[in-house]
Design a binder for this molecule. Structure first.
Ligand SMILES: [Fe+2]
Length: 354
């Protein structure tokens, strides 16, 4: 990034293109200290990307094997889920984790016993517990030690998020949504949300990490259930300078956040995760809960920092009242930025979607 810091050495043509692109990214966001901070960060990574991966900015050719969308609007999210979607069924281990969470008599040992039934989950939890996200002094080498160090609540919600996200993998055939980008965006949103929550003085910050990890599962379901619709959404949002959210509301009559909330509710997940997903594009509707608001800000920040879904160049709106309500300063936001990239990369590598 060194070359980006010294503006004199920048290539003027690429610089102009990057400035224009950043302007487009933030075209729906109002001006504020936080937005100015994020614009600066966005410029750095967009300039670098334009130098290193210029193809990323080309309009992609229309995939020949995806038919045109039939234009049929579903009545509501439930109608969409009924007619289109084959949702992955919840694996046994997830049901058992939920049972342990919901039973007030459960102990840390009960949770460790359930986790131990799934070796892949054990490996992920141990690697997460030893990752840069936590700074435990000793190596965490058993599930019961991980549960003891993380605490019952944190360990169970981490397991819940890890197993749920693992249900969303690359599908057969051509996809409009790149699953790696979806995962990186989800993890980045979780990491940033957790840091915002910590700075805002919330305890139990793990739930914001999981809220971020799962906030866009409705988007995955829309894009993977109906690839013709996905292509139409992508084309509308990429060509017309709309946010993806606007394109969804126009074509479906609802957005992926509401759909995600319905799915997470049907799964009987904790209410905070339902609110985080359902409200992340309309946090003003869930003002009494910090979950939707923090995920809303983290979602915006993750896209500004380059962890976007690769679907629309416009990030969308950020609700200024929500930023005010969460109440942390621009300096506190700035302090979050330097450390997060390595944490996001670490977690992505641990939970690897492929
Ligand atoms: Fe979203």
């Amino acid at each position: 990034m060194q070359e980006v810091e010294h503006t004199k050495t920048l290539n003027p043509q690429i610089k102009d293109a990057a400035v224009k692109y950043v302007k487009q990214m933030f075209s729906l966001a109002s001006d504020s200290d936080l937005i100015r901070l994020l614009k600066k960060e966005a410029f750095k990574h967009i300039y670098k990307k334009m130098v290193v991966e210029p193809d990323e900015f080309m309009v992609k050719p229309r995939p020949a094997d995806i038919e045109s969308w039939n234009g049929k609007k579903p009545q509501d999210p439930r109608d969409f889920l009924k007619s289109k979607v084959v949702l992955p069924s919840l694996p046994q281990v997830l049901l058992e984790i939920q049972k342990v969470i919901n039973d007030p008599h459960s102990s840390a040992n009960d949770l460790a016993d359930v986790l131990n039934k799934d070796p892949k989950l054990v490996a992920a939890i141990l690697r997460l517990a030893n990752s840069a996200m936590y700074s435990f002094r000793t190596e965490v080498d058993t599930t019961s030690r991980a549960v003891a160090l993380l605490g019952f609540k944190q360990a169970s919600s981490l397991a819940l998020g890890t197993v749920s996200l693992s249900l969303f993998k690359r599908s057969e055939g051509t996809s409009v949504l790149q699953v790696e980008k979806f995962w990186k965006h989800s993890i980045a949103c979780g990491v940033i949300a957790q840091e915002i929550a910590r700075a805002a003085g919330y305890e139990d910050v793990e739930r914001f990490f999981v809220g971020g990890m799962l906030h866009d599962i409705g988007l995955y379901v829309v894009f993977e259930s109906d690839k013709s619709l996905a292509l139409e959404l992508y084309e509308r949002s990429s060509k017309e300078g709309n946010s993806l959210y606007d394109a969804e509301v126009e074509l479906l009559g609802f957005d992926h956040a509401i759909l995600g909330g319905v799915i997470i509710k049907d799964w009987n997940f904790p209410k905070s995760l339902v609110i985080a997903a359902a409200g992340h594009h309309n946090p003003e509707k869930a003002r009494n809960d910090p979950d939707a608001g923090i995920i809303h800000i983290a979602d915006f920040m993750s896209q500004a920092l380059g962890y976007d879904l690769g679907l629309s160049s416009v990030i969308g709106v950020i609700d200024d009242e929500t930023v005010e309500k969460i109440g942390i300063s621009t300096e506190q936001y700035a302090a979050i930025l330097p450390g997060i990239q390595s944490v996001i990369d670490d977690i992505f590598e641990i939970l690897n979607p492929t």
